[in-house]
Design a protein around this ligand. Structure first.
Ligand code: GAL
Length: 381
C-alpha cells in the first residue's frame, strides 16, 4: 500500500542499543497508549538490533533469544496488537547485523520475510552492515522488498542504508516506504545540526510513497543512552529538543521516538505530543519544504516554508548557530506578495504567539540553537 504520511512510532535503539527484552518493549508499548502518544499518532513499536540468537535453527530461520523473549516473538506482536498498535522488527542486508551478535538476512531474505509474516510483523527496518562488497546495495534492498511483498502480509519496508550508494536514486525501486537519509543520530545538538544540513540537498526526494527518514528522535532522552560509540551522551536542552522536533516535523521525516518512556519528563512529553507540529509533519499533501532568503550569510541560519493541504503555510526558523540572530524575511517568495492584497496571519506552534507581519515581513530574534515554527493563514492585507 502506498505510504501517505511519515510513519510515527517508537524504536528501541537510541536508548537500549542491543540490551532489549520483551518486558522493556511491552512496558513502553503500555506507555505509548497511557501517555497519549498513540492518540497523537505514534503507532509502531519497533524492536531494533539485538533480538536474535547467534545461530539460525535447523531450518535456517532466525531465532529470537529466549532469554530476552521467553514467550517468542509472536507473543510480543500479540501484546502490541492488543493495544491497537503495530509491531516492527529489524534485520540487515549483510551476513551479520550491525551489532554482529545475530545473523543478517543475506541469502535468507525470503525465509526471514516468511518468519516476520508468521510473527505478524507490520514493519521491517533493513540495515546495511556486513554486506558483501560484490553485490550493489540496491539489489540487496530489492531482494528484501520483493520478499516482503510476497510474504503474504502487508509489512512496511523501512530501508536503512544511511543514504550511501546514492540511496535516493534507487530506493523507490525497492518497495521501501521510508529510507534513512542520514547517518546515525547522536544525543547532541551537533548531531542534529549535521543531519539537518545534510538533509537540505535531499528534500526533493521526500514525499508520498517513500519518506526521507532523518533517524529516530532524541527528544526525552536523558544522558543514559547505551554507550558503544554510536550514541553520544552530552544530551540536548529542552529548547534544542524543540528545534530538533520542529525540523523533523517541517521536513516530513518519520517521527520515531527513541527514549525510554518510563523515564520521560512532562516537558519532553509535551514536545512529542505537540498537535500543531505533528499536523505539519503529517499534512496530507506532502509538499516540499523550500528555503527562504533570510539575511545573514551563515548556512546554519535556516528559514523554510511549506504549503499545507488547506492552503495554510508552515514556516520554520531554525537558528543552528551558537549566536542569537534577527531573522527578517518576506512572504513574496512563498507566493504571497502584499501588493496582491494578501498577507499571512502567523501562529507559533510552541508559544501560541501571533506576531504581526509588517509589509509582508517576518522579523524575529531567535536565540542560539532555537527555533520558531508557525502555522500561517493567508488573509487580506
Ligand atoms: C545502524 C542503524 C541504527 C541501528 C543500528 C543497529 O546501522 O543506522 O539505526 O539500527 O545499526 O545496530
Amino acid at each position: 500500500m502506498m505510504q501517505q504520511r511519515p510513519p510515527m512510532g517508537w524504536n528501541t535503539w537510541n536508548t537500549f542499543g542491543p540490551n532489549i527484552d520483551a518486558k522493556t518493549i511491552c512496558e513502553n508499548a503500555d506507555l505509548i497508549v497511557s501517555l497519549g502518544l498513540k492518540d497523537a499518532g505514534y503507532d509502531y513499536i519497533v524492536i531494533d538490533d539485538g533480538w536474535a540468537l547467534e545461530d539460525r535453527d535447523e531450518q535456517g530461520r532466525l531465532v529470537p533469544d529466549p532469554k530476552k523473549f521467553p514467550n517468542g516473538m509472536k507473543a510480543v506482536a500479540d501484546y502490541v496488537h492488543a493495544k491497537g498498535l503495530k509491531f516492527g522488527m529489524y534485520t540487515c542486508s549483510g551476513s551479520l547485523t550491525c551489532e554482529k551478535t545475530q545473523p543478517g538476512s543475506y541469502d535468507h531474505e525470503y525465509v526471514d520475510a516468511k518468519s516476520f509474516a508468521e510473527w505478524e510483523v507490520d514493519f521491517l527496518k533493513f540495515d546495511f552492515c556486513n554486506r558483501t562488497p560484490i553485490i550493489p546495495g540496491k539489489y540487496l534492498f530489492r531482494r528484501m522488498g520483493a520478499a516482503l511483498a510476497n510474504s503474504g502480509r502487508e509489512i512496511l519496508f523501512s530501508a536503512c542504508s544511511w543514504g550511501s550508494e546514492k540511496t535516493h536514486e534507487w530506493v523507490k525501486t525497492t518497495g521501501a516506504s521510508m529510507w534513512r537519509s542520514t547517518v546515525d543520530i547522536a544525543n547532541s545538538f551537533e548531531s542534529i545540526k549535521k543531519l539537518t544540513l545534510k538533509q537540505l540537498e535531499l528534500l526533493p526526494y521526500n514525499g508520498h510513497g517513500c519518506f526521507n527518514d532523518m533517524d529516530m528522535l532524541v527528544v526525552g532522552m536523558n544522558n543514559d543512552s547505551f554507550i558503544d560509540g554510536t550514541m553520544g551522551t552530552n544530551g540536548c536542552t529542552l529548547a534544542e529538543q524543540k528545534t530538533h522536533f520542529s525540523i523533523w516535523s517541517m521536513f516530513g521525516s518519520p517521527l520515531m521516538i527513541g527514549c525510554d518512556l518510563r523515564l520521560i519528563s512532562k516537558d519532553a512529553l509535551e514536545i512529542l505530543t505537540n498537535k500543531e507540529a505533528i499536523a505539519i509533519n503529517q499534512d496530507a499533501t506532502y509538499s516540499q519544504p523550500y528555503r527562504l532568503v533570510c539575511g545573514g550569510r551563515s548556512d546554519e541560519r535556516l528559514v523554510f516554508a511549506r504549503l499545507l493541504s488547506n492552503g495554510d503555510f508552515a514556516v520554520g526558523i531554525f537558528n543552528l548557530t551558537d549566536e542569537p540572530f534577527r531573522f527578517t524575511f518576506g512572504t513574496d517568495e512563498m507566493g504571497v506578495p502584499t501588493h496582491c492584497g494578501k498577507t499571512l496571519a502567523a501562529k507559533e506552534v510552541w508559544t501560541g504567539e501571533e506576531p504581526k507581519l509588517h509589509s509582508g515581513m517576518f522579523n524575529e530574534e531567535v536565540e542560539a540553537h532555537g527555533c520558531r515554527l508557525y502555522r500561517c493563514r493567508v488573509i487580506d492585507a
